[in-house]
Design a protein around this ligand. Structure first.
Ligand SMILES: Cc1cc2nc3c(=O)[nH]c(=O)nc-3n(C[C@H](O)[C@H](O)[C@H](O)COP(=O)(O)OP(=O)(O)OC[C@H]3O[C@@H](n4cnc5c(N)ncnc54)[C@H](O)[C@@H]3O)c2cc1C
Length: 497
């Protein structure tokens, strides 16, 4: 049910976002005219200590932390519901030295996590920001568990590509629903005013350049000025859905690519802050997720069997990449194969070891879309996608030998290697889609937005995917949720200093 809910949320998000985007293009002109001619647009003013823009994981974490520190805070969300990309995410977040790692006997350290993150981003990330991420990660998961009451699996951790050990805490159901549901509940308990369908359009400043408010427009076109005595936190997410912005910074990522992100990821916060002289970093680094539904671009959670043993082959029946390599490496490798497609292959043993049971609604949908086949024999499964069965059998024969030896002699797959021997067999067709924008507003370790002269813009803070510098050229799986909780809270604490 969970995954059906997630797909339905994404669908709803897409429809609503497209209509909002459509309105957004025309609204200012029409509203202005209405204001002056018909006079039916109200101009309102409200005053708070802090205005948080964006109701995803970063914005909600910031708002909750602010309220706990005694601030009078309001949160603006342009959509009719909270969640952003966080609600459609898997919700998994990395942290070293957690109680779950201790229970599972996994040795890890802050230093190792930091090293993996820096290396995973091609060593171009801002080391000081990664230091904050690594040092505050455990506290972030514990905060989610203790203060927000997020429920995590105690017997399982994910190991995303590029990480030395399993370290991603797994919310019950493997879904961002659990995070957003609980964050929203906490915000409600704290009586934080949340203004949905209220789109921030402009940052306001006093005569000395200090950010002291936000101009927003509600669904009826009413203009609302939110005054912010202490400052504004931008938490508007990435720009993965904005083709114009993507191609402005990297011509490769044009409209040939589908997206895993919600269509509201338009880079609004970046555009607003840039007008005040904010510096941008790493904008050209845009991430694709390798295993998405070729019909829709939606990230496939069924295909997470890859983390539990499934192998990737091409139409010629050959493996072509290490399945646990970085997302960018796998995505590029897939796009270089016939039709730009790959086929994920697993058997019943891997299925039983995996989290696939959480995503059976998605599985049924993939069956209906002919994107997955479950068959009693490998021949039957391969024939469905016209994969070269002779080569596939050779590939799997070799792979099973590696499983027995415990060493993948071709691609050096990390982690356990599980042979594919037990029917039924599964083959799923997958392709990459735009997933994450690493670049964004330059911030310092206190989440202050930095201008092009290297100075903090007074009163302006940012957290989450809207910022750049934490993930370098490539974000490792599970690091975004850590980032949004850590820096959402850091921004709140800084503003209250
Ligand atoms: C399918 C999918 C699965 C993922 N799984 C994982 C995972 O398991 N682990 C992990 O670490 N990362 C994952 N990620 C990445 C991660 O989910 C995101 O990077 C993260 O959730 C971003 O959080 P955020 O709060 O910065 O932005 P969002 O959650 O996107 O929230 C931004 C919010 O701001 C609102 N907004 C935008 N502009 C305005 C405006 N002008 N005025 C008012 N509101 C505005 C948006 O509507 C949105 O609600 C996944 C991403 C996707 C797409």
């Amino acid at each position: 049910m969970r995954n059906l809910k997630k797909i339905s949320i994404l669908f709803l998000v897409m429809i609503l976002a497209l209509s909002l985007i459509a309105c957004g293009e025309k609204a200012p002109e029409t509203n202005e005219e209405e204001n002056t001619t018909a006079g039916n647009v109200e101009v309102q003013e409200e005053t708070y200590d802090v205005v948080v823009i964006g109701g995803g994981g970063a914005g909600l974490s910031a708002a909750i932390e602010l309220k706990s520190l005694g601030a009078d805070v309001v949160l603006l969300e342009k959509m009719p519901f909270l969640g952003g990309n966080t609600i459609i995410s898997g919700g998994e977040l990395n942290a070293p030295e957690t109680w779950i790692q201790e229970k599972l006997g996994i040795e890890d350290s802050i230093e190792q996590y930091k090293e993996d993150t820096l290396k995973g981003g091609d060593n171009i990330a801002d080391e000081a920001l990664v230091d904050v991420l690594a040092n505050k990660a455990r506290e972030a998961v514990e905060w989610l568990r203790d203060e927000v009451k997020v429920s995590f699996r105690e017997d399982y951790l994910m190991q995303f590509g590029g990480h030395s050990v399993p370290r991603a805490a797994y919310p019950q159901g493997g879904s961002g629903d659990e995070l957003i549901g609980k964050l929203a509940q906490k915000a409600e308990e704290l009586e934080i005013p949340i203004k949905k369908e209220t789109k921030a359009e402009e940052l306001l400043t006093d005569g000395e350049g200090r950010v002291n408010g936000v101009k927003a427009v509600d669904k009826d076109g009413n203009e609302i000025t939110f005054h912010a005595n202490k400052g504004v936190i931008i938490a508007t997410g990435g720009f993965g859905a904005n083709v114009e912005m993507r191609t402005k910074y990297n011509a490769e990522y044009d409209d040939r690519y589908m997206i895993t992100v919600q269509p509201g990821s338009m880079g609004d916060g970046i555009i607003m802050a840039e007008k005040l002289g904010a510096d941008l970093v790493d904008m050209e680094h845009i991430q694709t997720y390798p295993t998405c539904n070729p019909a829709t671009g939606i990230l496939s959670y069924v295909a997470d069997t890859r983390f539990d043993g499934a192998i990737l082959v091409n139409k010629e029946g050959q493996r072509f990449v290490e399945e646990l390599d970085r997302r960018d490496v796998i995505s590029k490798a897939i796009l270089a194969q016939t039709d730009g497609m790959a086929y994920l292959v697993w058997d019943e043993t891997i299925k039983e070891n995996s989290q696939m049971h959480n995503f059976m609604d998605e599985f049924e949908q993939l069956v209906n879309q002919e994107m997955i086949i479950k068959a009693d024999t490998l021949e039957e499964a391969a024939a469905f996608f016209d994969i070269d069965i002779t080569e596939l059998e050779k590939t799997i024969g070799r792979y099973n030998e590696y499983a027995e030896k415990g060493k993948d002699e071709e691609f050096n797959r990390r982690g356990d290697i599980i042979g594919l021997t037990k029917a039924p067999y599964y083959i799923q067709k997958v392709t990459p889609a735009i997933h994450h924008t690493m670049g964004g507003l330059k911030i310092d370790t206190e989440a202050r937005v930095i201008d092009t002269n290297g100075n903090p813009i007074p009163g302006l803070y940012a957290a989450g995917e809207v910022t750049g510098g934490i993930h370098g050229a490539n974000r490792l799986g599970g690091n975004a949720i850590t980032d949004i909780v850590v820096f959402g809270r850091v921004a709140a604490q800084s503003i209250m200093k």
